[in-house]
Design a protein around this ligand. Structure first.
Ligand SMILES: NCc1[nH]cc(CCC(=O)O)c1CC(=O)O
Length: 312
């Protein structure tokens, strides 16, 4: 018989949010398996090192996960805990997602200095965000608003808002919620999905490990949420089917309907927000992957392909 696992090393990025999320997972794991030792290993990623440069200059693909994946392959950590939306559609050979814990509320939120909602922001107000997806969708409903690139950790962003460098921020609800009541309390408005459709995977965590670690997969199955895994699969297969060359902003959100259906909603938007394609497709939960791929194919045929090529 194989020797039972005595210790699990959890790889995490160093940001406050990443560490909080990883601790959340490690804590639940520890409660399930008190006899197994748990260790957090902080790994600096390209995305963290390049924090002050705009996303567009660093290239976003996998910038928050690469170093964690290298550590998994080298065996210096056992599992990596990621925000699912930071994971590129294709994983490196030899690695797989072994667990999707229950997902948090996936929506984006507005944190405004004075206004009480997006509609109430004065004309020409300045939104601080580094996300092209948020910028394009918000510009589509409020073409008068202005945008500034705002990076750095949440502390820094909230300070810049307070100092008046912008009038409002747009962030993921999930991150603020996980950081606790003090952060969540800053939220002004949860943005409806009709205004700002979240990024594929937003609000979900993904636990990655080496494919051959069946022992870990078995242990983590107790933390796995099949509902969350299903919606994530639909969103990620949509993203993958739109293609790696897709540089225009997209949003995708799946939800479960009744006992056996999954509904996927998606948008493809031009960077200036003037063109916005929305479509939705419902299929079987057991076919979540096809739901994503089918909707992507249909949207490409109905104008997304032209839109993507125009902005390459
Ligand atoms: N881009 C960084 C990032 N990756 C995941 C989250 C939020 C948490 C989540 O989506 O689970 C954030 C911050 C944000 O977008 O506000």
């Amino acid at each position: 018989m194989e020797t039972p696992i005595q210790k699990v090393r959890f790889g995490t990025r160093g940001s406050l949010l990443a560490r909080t999320q990883t601790q959340w997972v490690a804590h639940r794991f520890q409660r399930l398996y008190p006899q197994i030792e748990v260790e957090l290993v902080v790994i600096e990623t390209t995305g963290d090192k390049q924090r002050d440069r705009p996303f567009t200059a660093v290239g976003t693909k996998g910038m928050f996960v690469k170093e964690i994946e290298e550590a998994l392959l080298q065996g210096t950590i056992d599992v990596g805990v990621h925000s699912a939306k930071d994971l590129p559609s294709e994983l490196p050979n030899g690695l797989s997602i072994i667990c999707i814990p229950p997902r948090e509320v996936p929506y984006d939120v507005l944190i405004a200095r004075e206004a009480r909602s997006l509609e109430q922001l004065p004309a020409q107000a300045v939104i601080g965000t580094s996300s092209l997806r948020r910028r394009a969708q918000i510009a589509s409903v409020r073409p008068d608003l202005r945008f500034v690139e705002l990076r750095g950790n949440l502390d820094t962003r909230l300070r810049k808002l307070k100092e008046g460098q912008c009038d409002a921020l747009v962030l993921a609800y999930a991150g603020l919620h996980r950081l606790g009541a003090e952060w969540e309390g800053r939220i002004t408005q949860i943005l409806p999905k009709e205004v700002c459709l979240p990024a594929p995977g937003q609000g979900a965590l993904a636990i990655e490990a080496r494919e051959d670690r069946e022992d870990l997969r078995a242990l983590f199955s107790a933390l796995h949420c099949t509902d969350s895994a299903c919606t994530l699969e639909a969103e990620r297969s949509f993203q993958a089917a739109l293609g790696g060359g897709c540089t225009v902003p997209i949003g995708a959100l799946a939800s479960l309907e009744g006992p056996s259906a999954v509904v996927l909603e998606a948008v493809v938007v031009s960077p200036d927000g003037r063109q916005r394609l929305f479509d939705t497709y419902t299929g079987l939960r057991s076919r979540a992957r096809e739901v994503g791929a089918t909707l992507a194919r249909r949207m490409l045929e109905r104008g997304a392909k032209v839109l993507i090529e125009a902005h390459r």
